[in-house]
Write a protein of this length. Sequence first.
Length: 483
Amino acid sequence: MGGLALATVLAGLMLMAAGFLRLGTYIKFIPYPVTVGFTAGIAVIIFASQIKGLLGLTLDGPEPGPLLEKLPALWASLPTVDAASVVLSLATIAVIAGLRRLHPHWPGMLIAVAGAAAATWLMDLPVATIGTQFGGIPSSLPAPALPSFSLEQIGAVLPSAVAFALLGSIESLLSAVVADGMTGRRHRSNCELVAQGAANMASALFGGICVTGTIARTATNVRAGAHGPVAGILHAAFLLLFILVAAPLASFIPLASLAGVLAIVAWNMVETQAIAILMRASRGDAAVLLVTFGLTIFRDLTEAIVVGFALGSVLFISRMSKTTAIETHTPFVIEDKADKDGGVRTPYDEAAVTDRQLVVYRISGAFFFGAAASIGSVLDRISDTYGALVIDFAAVPFLDSTAANTIGGLANKAAKRGVTLVLTGTSHDMRRELFVHGIKPPLVAYERTIADAVSRIHGGNGSGGGRGKPGKGKDGEGQAAAE
């Protein structure tokens, strides 16, 4: 228990540090398939840990922790199944499920456990109880004390502490999001992490284990009429009262009944509808879900979250790169209007219609490292065949350093071949990124619109000016200011 208390304290410190550093805002960036996958994996682990209690099995030695070692040990002990334990566990599950359907506002778990304890005492059933297994529940709180620690102990429990902190923060903030949707309010994620970290440290001081907000109990609390944190405070007070007053009665609670309760909890943790939707949504989401689920069960929760997040990020990058496109600026249907505003027709100029020295390309979507290679190859081919190239960024929300480097390589290549390169529609932040990479006049020219760029190339006066610095235009976006 000393190692568990130390891991709980470390997890509390990590949660508080994450809150003070305002990292709670970034928890929401964990992909949904990852949260569904590791939650389902934890549910499987919880259920597997209760098989012994559900069936009343007697193992030859200590129950193994890893699932692949646990299942053979449980299978080998199947001949020791206890009928009374099976009946109690099934009755507990039936009562909880029945009350949830018939009277959803009743405390089904409490009623089921109390009924099982009463039946065990009245019938003197030969089953393992809290009293026979652990000696009962203390009727008083222990004095607060720090767990013993050393550098070796900290190193040993650090992976577990990280897992506690990750799971606690994700589960707690997810439950806060659920509460937001049910109440119409908005939680403070960083404050939530700081408070949860303090609660974990306080729990460890009194010999408790890690604590976190849970979606099921939060939703139940809101449905019961809770409107604020007072409901949670009262819940804790009632638990304390139960320990101080009813602790002797808890000795009669059969472990099979508690195993039935945890089996229900594990089943509720598995979001079956969400899993079905994600499996049908796309192969990428299904792969992230299954990998996270498998690693949670067979490896480690922290490893599952890290790998799942990495796969989800790669999937996001792949999808974002496909939304970025490059196209020629040629209208599908040319506007029907006279050659001049005054209606005076001018002689037909073949060169004005077939300008083979100028091409205008428009990039749409996020221009980042995932799309830089494909767009760069297209632009390189274009610069080989035209004397002037206009690239419009009006439909680009942002670009990163990889995209800027791609444009820089194109600009240097165009300069060596005598190709004029004009960038249009760039915002202030884009030009700042491009200027940092050396993409500035006279290497390239900047104009406000495509029409200004075409006018500049044909010998007219553009509105933006080529020798510009990042500045603010009249329309609110940063435009190149002429020197």
